[in-house]
Design a protein around this ligand. Structure first.
Ligand code: SF4
Length: 223
């Protein structure tokens, strides 16, 4: 695996920050509750699509109380275009009911309490902690998983292992920004099928750059 040093890690984050100055949470939300809802909807769906659906959804169900009493069929119709709408509708109602039953209708600020809500796993909990409360957390999605492995930041075979490796490598106060930077990089240069290595802003730091990668999905190297 790439031998990263404090100096090269700093160079990596500096280069990414320069390349993606607008990197931030792409899910539009006005409060923690809306972010939980949007993040649940974003599973297997683009953020852009979620952002098309949420304005109408938040108008109809502005808080946990309203969503907890939602009629499943009506909710499904509203979120249909995000895919997996039956499961998502069930989870959204269950999540809202759990917020009412356990947290007075408010979104908790603790990872364990968040992760115990229906439809909210570790990744969603981290997204909410970081973006709704500014609490350092590093959610590993498909982009971060791929990019971290290609860059040799982790060889972890699960998102949890990659998260642990990244959290060990980078200072805690950089985790929130790093999360956004790696996602923007994965969407921008480091595409799953066709990484744009020749124009990549961190190519000189990357062990998988131009011609060195065997399988973009797995991050396996040719040598
Ligand atoms: S050099 Fe290629 S594989 Fe490495 S981070 Fe850049 S785009 Fe991804």
């Amino acid at each position: 695996m790439q031998r990263w040093t404090k100096k090269t890690l700093t160079a990596l984050t500096t280069s990414l920050a320069r390349a993606y100055p607008d990197a931030k949470c792409a899910l539009e939300h006005g409060d923690p509750f809306q972010l939980v809802v949007a993040t649940i909807l974003s599973a297997q769906c683009t953020d852009a699509r979620v952002n098309q659906v949420t304005p109408g959804l938040f108008q109809r169900y502005p808080d946990a109380e309203a969503l907890a009493g939602a009629e499943q069929g009506e909710l499904e119709a509203l979120i249909h275009s995000t895919g997996f709408f039956r499961n998502k509708a069930r989870n959204l109602i269950g999540m809202a009911q759990a917020l009412l039953a356990r947290h007075g209708g408010q979104v908790p600020r603790e990872a364990q309490a968040l992760g115990a809500l229906p439809g909210v796993g570790q990744k969603t909990a981290n997204v909410v902690l970081a973006n709704a409360f500014g609490i350092p957390a590093l959610a590993v999605d498909t982009h971060i998983f791929r990019v971290a492995r290609r860059l040799g930041l982790s060889q972890g075979s699960t998102p949890e292992k990659v998260e642990a490796d990244l959290c060990a490598l980078f200072p805690r106060d950089t985790w929130i920004d790093l999360h956004h930077l790696l996602i923007f990089h994965g969407r921008g240069s480091c595409d799953a099928r066709k990484p744009l290595c020749s124009s990549c802003p961190v190519q000189e730091l990357c062990p998988s750059g131009s011609g060195k990668i065997a399988d973009p999905h797995s991050g396996l190297f040719l040598k």
